[in-house]
Design a protein around this ligand. Structure first.
Ligand SMILES: [Zn+2]
Length: 133
């Protein structure tokens, strides 16, 4: 008797989802996210459905890599996989009405500093970090 006809659990998520363009963008040195073609909202993190008007008419856009430090903290005890202490900055991104977190390279930042995203390889995937402009 066959007990289970599912070959994948119901929560299985395929590699190369509709949001993989975000990760491809990082590999190409771009900060990419989604924009609603219907109402013009820019989303971050990227979405497949607009949270403002529920449209599925979504397009990918590249945003500027620059922003302004809103606040920061020093991480004395880094999580596994990180080499040594670092600064964690909250950056208000240009042309995005949101603040995002990222690791900062360099000396202690100051609130109001202008910063830019830079990219670091972690295996085959690039991730963004921030550095002073
Ligand atoms: Zn919308």
């Amino acid at each position: 008797m066959k007990m289970n006809t599912l070959d994948k659990p119901p929560y299985y998520i395929d590699v190369n989802t509709k949001l993989s363009s975000f990760w491809e963008g990082l590999n190409q040195g771009e900060f990419r996210t989604t924009k609603c073609k219907s109402c013009g909202s820019v989303h971050y993190p990227p979405r497949t459905l607009c949270p403002s008007c529920y449209s599925d008419q979504i397009e990918w856009v590249n945003l500027p890599l620059t922003g302004t430090v809103e606040t920061y903290t020093h991480v004395d005890i880094p999580p596994p996989g990180f080499n040594g202490a670092f600064y964690l900055v909250a950056v208000r991104m240009d042309e995005l009405d949101k603040t995002i977190l990222g690791r900062y390279t360099g000396e202690e930042p100051k609130i109001g500093d202008r910063v830019t995203m830079a990219f670091e390889q972690m295996g085959e995937q690039a991730v963004y970090i921030f550095k002073a402009l």
